[in-house]
Ligand binder design. Structure first.
Ligand SMILES: Cc1cc2nc3c(=O)[nH]c(=O)nc-3n(C[C@H](O)[C@H](O)[C@H](O)COP(=O)(O)O)c2cc1C
Length: 190
């Protein structure tokens, strides 16, 4: 039997009716066979402070330690994020900073898919570009294609937050297949 693949997804937006959180939930509808998705949150993390980042003593703030454990159990990650001021929202970047340090970093070398939604016309492309040096520094392997740039996203979900746009749903399915394949290819090499 094929081995199971466990994904952890994080939204870059904290608001209740976030289009990006809706998009992350839509991923659950298109998961390939043998793949599960757990949705976690960056909401409880304190601001990064290197004085509190004490790996040896395992004394990082509790919310940080908990999220790092959740990420460590994942075979791959999904970041669903808005673009803030042409870049990565602070909450998501703060999570990256907390999870990036130490020999036991749960980000280094990990497979990831980045997706984004905006009411605007450019589909979060500048946020996604801003992630590339982060992925590079952390040696993360990203599933590049198809790009998920959900423009005019305020017109693509119903009042319950369900994705109504079939093209986006189809692309999301392809993206998850690409992430699955990336993880399987890397397992085969390990
Ligand atoms: C601080 C801030 C900065 C923003 N900057 C951008 C931007 O650079 N590009 C863009 O397309 N939308 C921008 N927006 C609009 C967001 O795309 C919009 O609020 C979106 O709905 C946020 O995602 P969410 O629905 O997941 O919360 C910005 C919004 C905020 C609050």
């Amino acid at each position: 039997m094929a081995e199971h693949i466990h994904l952890v997804g994080l939204s870059g937006s904290l608001r209740k009716k976030s289009l990006n959180t809706y998009l992350l939930h839509a991923v659950k509808e298109v998961l390939p066979e043998g793949v599960s998705l757990e949705i976690a949150s960056v909401a409880d993390l304190p601001l990064y402070n290197a004085d509190l980042d004490i790996p040896a003593a395992d004394e990082r703030p509790k919310a940080v330690a908990t999220l790092r454990q959740t990420l460590a159990k994942a075979d791959g990650l999904i970041f669903s994020s808005p673009e803030y001021n042409y870049s990565i929202p602070g909450g998501l970047k703060n999570m990256i900073d907390w999870a990036s340090r130490g020999k036991d970093s749960p980000l280094v070398g990990k497979a990831v898919a980045l997706i984004g939604a905006t009411p605007g016309l450019w589909g979060t492309v500048r946020m996604q570009q801003a992630f590339l040096p982060v992925f590079q520094y952390l040696d993360m392997k990203y599933a590049n294609k198809p790009e998920i740039l959900v423009a005019q996203a305020n017109q693509k979900f119903d009042e319950h937050g369900k994705l109504t746009d079939e093209t986006t749903r189809e692309l999301l399915g392809q993206k998850m297949e690409a992430l699955k394949q990336l993880i399987l290819d890397r397992r085969a090499l390990a």
